[in-house]
Design a protein around this ligand. Structure first.
Ligand SMILES: [Zn+2]
Length: 482
């Protein structure tokens, strides 16, 4: 005895209830569950299957669903998963939905057998795949099935299902799965999804770097996380994370866990830890004690940390991560939130001086109201005491992340610049891209902690109308000169 379900519009004396298909959302007018004897060998002989009830005025998808569920006229068998469980289907549907199935059944080297072994897909996932192919049923994609379905969709080049899976993953990135999705999207070479994951991880850096899942990431994923200026995490945490990660890597590679081997597995990753930004006390107590850095590297870093903290300490990166570590000197009281400021390559400029020496990391600029707007940017700094160009930074980027608020983005020098007190400097920015927002009610004097900034217009350098009261360059990013 077997329960079979059929769908029909007309009332039926044996009808039990009408129902909505929860997975597809399709409303079937009547679902009839009948317990009856079915000849498994030859279902076409079954009188109910031979009746027209299930076809009459049914939709294509409901007929497809019936055909699949009741194995009507199937002509191909798949043996699935490690146990080789059989699932039957119809070549016609598969061929019509997937170029891989088309090649498999109709191509020049088509399968001659009607039994196909698919050991890398489990039966329940293959059934979901079939539900999608037969009925466009995208509700089969959920948190349990999505990874395996993405794999299956890629294997059979079912691009629409791939898109559904990727969108589901993008919409559901969270602390628990961010590392897993990152690693899977790396394995599947899904660049958009990979970027989305990275953004989530960078934004929530402090929390994510403390999670154990980070330690299982591959070298590329780990490097992409900690190499970014957008990573929102303290350098001490970054260092501790990569040390823990290197211990796991040693174990995976069957190497003894010691400083020398950890250094070996860390390779270039080590140079993405921004040791020059660490407090001297932490460096002395926690970093210099281990032999992960060479004696020469430690000496160079000691000199840097004890002395200037400006300039380069090759090969280490001394640039501040944009979101976390810089102080902000904001010179405007207001912002005009319509994209009116023309950015066609003329120069926005403003001069400033500060009451005590600082390290300048860069500036924030207003962006366009459009998301993902591309800008070609050249940032210059002039020392007006000797009229010399001190630094040039060039970047070409699609601006999405913002340092704070939705309308600002950071432009950072590669290394912080030492700014002396009581001397005027001029920031000059040339931007090419969409029109941007701009500031208004600029202040001549801004007090930021123990630093007083004084701003004046730079009419001889500013060709795009920015001055002390209005325009671009709303924020100076800096830190105290220790
Ligand atoms: Zn990876």
């Amino acid at each position: 005895m077997k329960v079979i379900s059929i769908f029909a519009e007309n009332n039926c004396s044996i009808c039990q209830r009408s129902t909505t298909n929860k997975r597809s959302g399709l409303v079937f007018r009547r679902k009839i569950n009948i317990t009856m004897e079915v000849d498994e060998e030859n279902q076409q002989q079954c009188p109910l299957l031979d009746s027209n009830i299930w076809r009459t005025r049914s939709t294509v998808t409901s007929c497809n669903s019936f055909m699949l569920q009741n194995k009507v006229a199937c002509d191909i068998t798949f043996t699935l998963g490690s146990e080789g469980q059989e699932v039957v289907a119809h070549k016609y549907v598969l061929i019509s939905r997937s170029p891989v199935f088309y090649a498999m059944f109709c191509g020049p080297v088509a399968e001659s057998s009607n039994v196909i072994s698919v050991p890398d897909i489990e039966p329940d996932i293959f059934q979901f795949l079939l539900s999608y192919l037969y009925c466009d049923d995208d509700s089969v994609v959920d948190s349990d099935s999505v990874m395996a379905l993405l794999y299956a969709a890629k294997k059979y080049s079912i691009y629409s299902l791939e898109d559904v899976c990727k969108q589901f993953l993008k919409d559901n990135i969270c602390f628990d799965n961010a590392c897993l999705i990152l690693e899977q999207s790396h394995a599947f070479d899904e660049k958009d999804l990979y970027e989305e994951c990275l953004k989530f991880i960078w934004k929530n850096g402090e929390e994510i770097l403390e999670m154990s899942c980070v330690k299982d990431l591959c070298e590329k994923c780990m490097q992409d996380i900690i190499a970014s200026d957008a990573l929102n995490a303290d350098e001490k945490l970054v260092y501790e994370c990569v040390v823990s990660w290197s211990e796991i890597q040693c174990i995976k590679k069957k190497m003894e866990v010691n400083d020398q081997n950890q250094r070996e597995v860390l390779s270039n990753i080590l140079y993405h830890v921004r040791f020059p930004l660490m407090p001297l006390s932490y460096f002395a107590d926690h970093v210099s004690e281990k032999q992960i850095l060479s004696p020469e590297e430690k000496l160079n870093l000691y000199k840097y940390l004890c002395q200037s903290r400006s300039g380069a300490v090759t090969p280490f990166i001394s640039r501040y991560r944009s979101k976390k570590t810089s102080l902000h000197c904001k010179r405007f009281k207001g912002m005009v939130d319509s994209s009116d400021w023309v950015q066609k390559g003329k120069k926005d400029a403003v001069s400033f001086s500060c009451s005590v020496p600082i390290l300048m990391h860069g500036v924030c600029m207003y962006r366009s109201g459009l998301t993902g707007a591309p800008y070609d940017i050249r940032l210059e700094l002039y020392d007006e005491s000797d009229n010399q160009l001190t630094c040039v930074h060039r970047t070409e980027d699609t601006i999405e992340s913002t340092v704070e608020g939705r309308f600002l983005f950071p432009v950072l020098f590669d290394q912080p610049l030492k700014i002396l007190s009581c001397s005027y400097y001029t920031i000059v920015v040339k931007m090419i891209g969409p029109k941007s927002f701009y500031g208004e009610r600029g202040r001549k004097k801004v007090v930021c902690g123990n630093v007083t900034f004084e701003f004046i217009s730079a009419p001889n350098r500013s060709t795009n109308s920015t001055n002390v009261f209005t325009g671009q360059i709303p924020v100076i990013l800096f830190s105290p000169w220790l």
